[in-house]
Write a protein that binds this ligand. Sequence first.
Ligand SMILES: Nc1ncnc2c1ncn2[C@@H]1O[C@H](COP(=O)(O)OP(=O)(O)OP(=O)(O)O)[C@@H](O)[C@H]1O
Length: 472
Amino acid sequence: MDDLAISVHNVSKCFRRYQHPTDRLKELLFPSQKKYAEFWALRNVSLEVPRGQTLGIVGRNGSGKSTLLQIIVGTLMPTSGNLQVNGRISALLELGSGFNPEFTGRQNVFFSGQLLGLTKPEIEERFDDIAGFADIGDFIDQPAKTYSSGMFVRLAFAVATSVDPDILVVDEALAVGDEAFQRRCFSRIAALQSQGSTTLFVSHSASKVVELCDRALLLDHGEALLAHEPKFTIDRYHKLIYAPPDRLESFRQEIRNTPDLPPDLPQPLAAEPSPSPTDTGEGTQSPLDEDFYDPNLIPKNTISYIPRGAKILNPHIETPAGRIVNHLTGRKDYVYTYQVTFYKTAYRVRFGMLVKTVSGLELGGASFTAASQEIERVDPNTTIEVRFDFRCLLNPGAYFLNAGVSGTVDGQFTYLARGIDIAMFRVRPESDSFASGIVDLLVNPHLNLLTDESVPRPGEGFPSDSARVESL
Ligand SMILES: Nc1ncnc2c1ncn2[C@@H]1O[C@H](COP(=O)(O)OP(=O)(O)OP(=O)(O)O)[C@@H](O)[C@H]1O
């Protein structure tokens, strides 16, 4: 248990639901008459989170995510089961929970900080840092009831992360802040991660879970269906969300039967494509100095959704001259193409594509969303070829492709066919490239040798271009 920050064993939570508010009173007066219906928000959930790991929790609305977090944080008691939490826990659950609306922001910082175990002098020492991070200006001395939802989250996050928590629990609240603030929050979470904090992170954002988490838990109707490598879990979660009603139970069972990834192995599955974005493709690289096709380079984790009126065929990448390739050269032009065969009449048909990294980070894509790009009607037994021209502005590594076609069939607008990781490709390393990261920003570096006079002295601005005297 020493290595575990959180251990949850067979935890269940049953809520009592009353049809009418007065039913509670009636039950108090006549204890023998039960007026409630039982609702099991969690059923036999078990979970282990090692110290220093970040666990994402995903699931539809009402699947039990907040209930589980509240039990871990200690604001709800489980109906049965037990759990152990090791270390100081700091939570950002419901918006502004823990804040007194009558207190000013400053008073709330001291109030919450003390609840989180800090002494008054410790809070005083950190106050400027907290107020600076929250960046709500003079509102810090206004009552919290005058705050916008964004201000609440800013201050709550600043306090929650200022106490150096052993365990940080964040429930979607960050979605309220603007993008710049979210970015700052995620940097702070990353800093806490690097200091060894354990994090629980509930989010509906697949890319955030894939980016931030070591593992992800899929909750469904209060049941822990799967705990696995984040992208693996997210893919199954999406499959579940988009499952046709008659296949839902069999999908659920399939996911239930998938073995969990043990908590101490936060590595991608052996069966998953495992190269990193900077992987050079050892063993599969052609000696030829040009694009080529490697028949062994095929995704091992393709998920095809149950087709609803159409089928996606033959997804691949071509050069503009029509040669099929899956080892590409950076900065060159290619075509991602697939065919769609329709077997039902479909209306308002749209096509889409997406490129992702090995970890599932969505890099970019396109979809025919404007009405002018839709096809008004497609008859059965029609096959359409879809072609997306693109320039490969990616650095060496392995990448995955999605394909999707949506439209209205049988009166319902839905995905008609969809393939996740339906094809993959590598971008070949180039010996003279200096680019780093994932996306090739076409950076063009220059070096200039500056004379003594053109070097700025403290307090002066940067030298203008005219001050540069010699190009290297
Ligand atoms: N105090 C309560 N009394 C009765 N039912 C409750 C109570 N709290 C939660 N529930 C029910 O338990 C289920 C799980 O709720 P919970 O808030 O944990 O789900 P969630 O996955 O966090 O949902 P969301 O994504 O919408 O936040 C829901 O059906 C909810 O209505």
